[in-house]
Design a protein around this ligand. Structure first.
Ligand SMILES: C[S@@+](CC[C@H](N)C(=O)[O-])C[C@H]1O[C@@H](n2cnc3c(N)ncnc32)[C@H](O)[C@@H]1O
Length: 451
């Protein structure tokens, strides 16, 4: 098999990275934009030792699950890889992805419950991070999303998965850039000014916090004037911040953020609790789907009698605060100090007395204490937990661990370790937070009682 060879294949299933899997003489081929039950003519784009990659050149017989995507840019933009697949079938495929990684990486055969669908499959994305560049000759600002597997920006004027006001804000910035002599960032040369537009939209009250990420702190005065024009234009923009990021990096936000107009947060509501979410604090991107997860975790904790709970990787202590009414005491641990400040404000707003906050690394915190918790909630970033953190968690947990994860592969790896240490998996529940992508959130309940 070599690059540019063409084959006719049947797509068997979806890989955990959202590509279709076909086999040619028992060699696995990952095919972009393919759906199980498609019969396709494909062209090989890359040959590796154990697998190859390919693209579709003709759909010979479409899968019965193919639909017309609601976004006209779907096949150009890299954001919604699966939007051409019927939503219910997307969920079935995600369930199969979770089962596959649990079996292959985790050696776990616990059944995966049917994913809870996202309450909304359009305009559900409430955190928008839009890269900015400019055209070479006319110097027009480009703002949108990247083409699949590239850093080439597609100038997207209408994105149906984000609230409409976000399109308007981004377009205002595009239109006014010339007047304010604003240049877009050039990633290769590390030149130009505006790198990203980050918008947080509140599902609770429709307000937006806009953050302009710029390449140098010397740009502050210039962008302050621009920020003010943006703030005055949109009634629903409740604050504009400037973030400085002069590093040659893919990380979007730099270390320093200044609020130049209005407030440096939006308010969000989860169940009956109000939170302040800042420019650089973690908050779930799909708040309505997140609410289902919070309710599920709270119901699980309610099964214990007035437990003492550890909320590790706490962000703004959203889990800790939401479950606090059914707990004797909660300890929330988070390493980002700005998130802990917002958590502290949320405690006051919601008049909560039984949540203790620690701005610290989870493992370091656990190593520094003797206290035991009835239940531990682990909600780490995509890379999952370290072995040290998992071992400390077992040591400090009496009853159960509730592991919330946005990455099935690292989740399976960590579950394997927990099981090897004597824990047992009670249930695996998927939630669709990231519609039209291969990503899926999971909540796993793990019993730590020794068998
Ligand atoms: C997936 S988010 C979860 C946030 C929160 N549980 C929520 O639902 O809003 C992971 C959080 O872990 C924090 N974090 C990452 N590494 C950490 C560590 N070693 N110790 C404590 N917090 C950490 C990140 O700053 C981030 O807020």
């Amino acid at each position: 098999m070599k690059v540019n060879d063409e084959y006719i294949v049947n797509i068997e299933k979806l890989s955990n990275l959202g590509t279709g899997i076909a086999r040619i003489d028992s060699q696995v081929v990952f095919v972009e934009n393919a759906c199980p039950e498609d019969k396709l003519k494909i062209k090989i784009t890359k040959v590796n030792k154990n697998f190859s990659n390919a693209k579709v050149i003709e759909i010979i017989t479409p899968s019965p699950y193919r639909i017309k995507p609601f976004c006209p840019m779907q096949n150009i933009c890299g954001s919604c890889q699966l939007q051409f697949i019927d939503y219910d079938y997307q969920l079935a495929l995600k369930k199969q992805i979770v089962e596959d990684v649990m079996r292959t990486i985790g050696h776990i055969d616990t059944p995966v419950n049917n994913p809870v669908p996202s309450p909304e499959i359009k305009e559900f994305r409430h955190k928008i991070q839009c890269p900015v560049s400019q055209t070479k000759v006319s110097k027009k600002i480009l703002a949108g999303y990247y083409k699949p597997q590239s850093h080439e920006i597609i100038n997207i004027k209408y994105c149906p998965i984000q609230p409409e006001i976000c399109d308007k804000i981004i377009d205002f910035i595009r239109q006014k850039a010339f007047e304010y002599k604003i240049s877009g960032y050039n990633e290769n040369k590390h030149s130009g000014e505006l790198r990203h537009i980050v918008i947080r939209y509140s599902a609770y009250n429709g307000k937006c916090l806009v953050t302009l990420v710029v390449n140098s702190s010397k740009l502050f005065e210039k962008y302050k004037t621009f920020a003010l024009s943006l703030f005055n234009k949109f009634e629903n923009v409740s604050g504009v911040c400037i973030n400085f990021n002069n590093k040659k990096t893919n990380v979007i936000l730099g270390g320093k953020t200044e609020c130049v107009c209005g407030e440096d947060f939006i308010e969000e509501k989860i169940l009956d609790k109000i939170f302040k979410v800042g420019a650089d604090t973690f908050f779930q991107i799909n708040p309505k789907s997140a609410e289902n997860i919070f309710k599920y975790v709270k119901d699980e904790i309610s099964k214990s009698d007035n437990p003492i709970v550890l909320d590790a990787y706490a962000g703004i202590a959203a889990f800790g605060i939401v479950v606090s009414d059914v707990c004797k005491e909660v300890v929330s641990v988070e390493e980002n100090e700005n998130s802990i400040k917002k958590a502290c404000e949320a405690l006051k707003i919601n008049n909560i007395q039984n949540v203790e906050l620690h701005a610290q690394d989870t493992t370091k915190y656990l190593k520094s204490i003797k206290k035991k918790f009835d239940i531990t909630i682990l909600d780490p970033p995509r890379k999952g937990c370290t072995i040290e953190c998992l071992d400390e968690t077992i040591e400090h947990t009496k009853e159960k661990i509730i592991y919330v994860s946005c990455n099935p592969a690292t989740l399976a790896r960590d579950l394997k370790h927990l099981c090897e240490k004597g824990c047992t998996i009670e249930s695996i529940q998927s939630f669709d937070m990231f519609c039209h992508t291969f990503h899926i959130e999971n909540v796993v309940v793990i019993s730590v009682k020794k068998q």
